[in-house]
Design a protein around this ligand. Structure first.
Ligand code: NAD
Length: 252
């Protein structure tokens, strides 16, 4: 991946940070996007010490104007784009359907689903112009299974299911265009989103009891798969949703 360009959204967060580092370790230049700007410059500086270029961009993935501005900045700095990981996402705790506020539904859907759709909409023409590449969209095990009361909110489940649908559809559109598009479905991963410090020992033990491997995943275990799916080693894989979940879905 030396001198290829990789765009990662949600780069300030646990999984996005690990994905950016994993691309940089392969020699790719990285574009780091997040609406939480503070961690972006230190991350860029630490990745540049690996000998690659890093472009930090504060942007909101749910806004078309921001997504267009990201592509303009990439064009000005690098003139091409080869890989994108549409990873930014948010969730809320489970709320009964009768009680979930409409504004909360809209915020989650706009970030998780519209953000991935806008990402692909503006990234794909550039990846095509650059001679091809790959996209990985971040879904979840909740993109395949429903959420039990006590876990995540309805919009999170809806958005993560829909990400798999638009991933497959874009994969079909670009199957002959030298661009592969896949999704990843992580199980519980130890990041700020999972928020382990705020779980009671009993609640955490209950959660881990649903994971056949009896542990949380690490962000690096997701990052390794993102980079692999973008690499030529995965050259015949497109339209796939890959669970990386310690066996959670196998047990359903
Ligand atoms: N951690 C888990 O257990 C888990 C499990 C399954 C799927 N995922 C998915 O993995 C992805 C990354 O999650 P994480 O665990 O690293 O969470 P995280 O909260 O550590 O990181 C998410 C990042 O996305 C950014 N973000 C949120 N809204 C944004 C917006 N509108 N524009 C730009 N950036 C925005 C946040 O600022 C944050 O830096 C998410 O899509 C999440 O749904 C996480």
């Amino acid at each position: 991946m030396k001198n290829k360009i990789a765009l990662i959204t949600g780069a300030s967060g646990g999984i996005g940070h690990a994905i950016a580092r994993a691309f940089a370790m392969q020699g790719a230049h990285v574009v780091l996007v997040d609406n939480h700007a503070a961690p972006l410059n230190p991350l860029a500086a630490s990745l540049q010490s690996l000998g690659i270029q890093a472009l930090p961009i504060e942007a909101d993935v749910s806004l078309a104007s921001d997504m267009q501005r990201i592509m303009q900045q990439i064009n000005e700095k690098f003139g091409q784009l080869h890989y994108a990981c549409n990873n930014a996402g948010i969730l809320h705790a489970y709320t009964p359907i009768a009680e979930q506020p409409e504004a909360q539904w809209d915020h989650v859907m706009n970030t998780n689903l519209k953000g991935v759709w806008l990402g692909m909409k503006y990234q794909l023409p550039w990846i095509e112009k650059s001679g091809g590449g790959a996209i990985v969209n971040m879904s979840s095990t909740f993109g395949i299974q429903g959420a039990q009361p006590g876990s995540v909110d309805y919009a999170y489940v809806a958005s993560k299911h829909a990400i798999i649908g638009i991933t497959k559809t874009a994969a079909l559109e670009y199957a002959k265009g030298n661009i592969r598009i896949n999704a990843i479905c992580p199980g519980p991963i130890d990041t700020p989103m999972f928020d382990k410090p705020n779980w009671t020992p009993e609640a955490l033990a209950g959660k881990l009891a649903t994971v056949p491997m009896s542990r949380l995943g690490q962000p690096e275990e997701i990052a390794a798969a993102v980079v692999w799916l973008c690499s030529t080693q995965a050259s015949y894989i497109t339209g796939h949703a890959l669970a990386i979940d310690g066996g959670v879905l196998a047990a359903r």
